[in-house]
Write a protein that binds this ligand. Structure first.
Ligand code: ADP
Ligand code: MG
Length: 357
């Protein structure tokens, strides 16, 4: 059993509270990603789970045991950081076995564990090399290998891929996903990169300024965000937002005037009083050739990615609207387009940013 439970966890550095009461239930074997902008408290939260940072208040349980005051080495966790921190004078084999040798594990057992980790991570041909003879991705794999040999109940990753170039990041992301499938161990992974969060997680925890904004599977959060922050944070290119005023509602539809865009939109949502100020959110891929909402836009720039095209267009107030279009190859900069969307494609948010369903 290696479920992880956080109850009203808080962290203050002096008078500055940076984690402001986090409740989380992580199931045994789950891959959970903490995502959020830089400085929101992801590393601090992870380090409290690891025992590298004292918990100011609240309760942390791992496998049903209270861990607040347990030494990091006794928590059954292993952590992988952004910086690999390998010992330069040791070979891959020695680096991977170091923690076990240090703990007094017999030599034969260390060798067995290192061989097993090397097999899983495809590091066998590199076992006798020194870190400087490895690529960045290989070094990161050794750092992961160092964690694997310890057979932790919970793996903790803090932005492990941030030092790698884009191509290698994608490659390592797939390796980490594969590793989770192979080991089926609980993993908690911190990143500021929403693509990593979307692709790796069973469950995403979106953090902002020391608080949890929403918890859910990647597609739950993408399709059904609880607020403007989550809606805007997940997805690339980002969701478009338009200011509007409700003019009528009933039968599950709300009619909204969009003064900035000079259009009207109909959105599926509960009844809202006329005159209420709202924000309408539409993802780039949710614009279409049909629908009762029409935005008249001028194309500013076209981004042809081959399979798809993103049109960066402007409306009356001059703000950019990003549209994924099927007709990209026929469009020209400066041209006017009429972007439409169906009521069920748009999301609605109140003045405080909370979703109206
Ligand atoms: P993230 O990993 O999400 O980028 P961190 O957890 O590193 O964010 O930091 C969260 C907040 O806590 C930041 O405002 C940071 O400046 C602050 N912080 C982190 N560590 C310390 C520390 N040792 N002393 C004071 N403030 C800290
Ligand atoms: Mg961090």
């Amino acid at each position: 059993m290696s479920d992880v439970k956080l109850q009203d966890i808080r962290k203050a550095f002096g008078s500055l509270e940076v984690i402001k009461g986090v409740d989380l239930d992580i199931k045994s074997g789950e891959f959970v990603v903490f995502v959020g902008p830089s400085g929101c408290g992801k590393s601090t939260l992870l380090r409290m789970i690891a025992g590298l940072e004292e918990i100011t208040s609240g309760t942390l349980e791992i496998g049903g045991t209270r861990m607040n005051d347990v030494d990091p080495s006794k928590r059954g966790i292993a952590m992988v950081f952004q910086s690999y921190a390998l010992y330069p004078h040791m070979t891959v084999r020695e680096n991977m076995g170091f923690a076990l040798r240090f703990a007094g594990v017999p030599k034969a057992e260390v060798e067995k564990q290192v061989a097993e980790a090397a097999r899983i991570l495809e590091l066998e041909p590199l076992l006798d090399r020194k870190p400087k003879q490895l690529s960045g991705g290989q070094r990161q794999r050794v750092a992961i290998g160092r964690a694997i040999v310890r057979h932790p109940n919970v793996f903790l990753f803090d932005e492990p891929l941030s030092n790698l170039d884009a191509e290698l990041r994608v490659h390592m992301r797939i390796e980490i996903a594969r590793l989770h499938k192979t080991l089926a161990t609980t993993m908690i992974y911190v990143t500021h990169d929403q693509v990593e969060a979307m692709t790796l997680a069973d469950k995403i925890v979106v953090l902002r300024a020391g608080l949890v904004e929403q918890v859910g599977s990647p597609l739950e959060l993408y399709d059904d965000p609880a607020n403007l922050f989550v809606a805007g944070f997940l997805g690339s290119p980002k969701m478009n937002f338009f200011k509007g005023v409700v003019t009528a509602s009933g039968n599950g539809n709300v009619t909204i005037e969009l003064p900035e865009v000079g259009g009207t939109s109909i959105v599926k949502a509960a009844t809202i009083a006329a005159g209420t100020t709202v924000t309408v959110g539409v993802r780039p891929e949710h614009f279409d050739d049909t629908g009762p909402a029409v935005l008249n836009l001028t194309i500013d720039m076209l981004e042809h990615l081959g399979g798809e095209t993103f049109a960066y267009a402007r409306h009356g107030s001059g703000d950019l609207v990003i549209i994924e279009t099927k007709h990209g190859r026929d469009l020209k900069t400066g041209e006017t387009i009429h972007a439409k969307f169906e009521p069920e494609r748009a999301l609605l948010f109140d003045a405080a940013g909370k979703r109206i369903r």
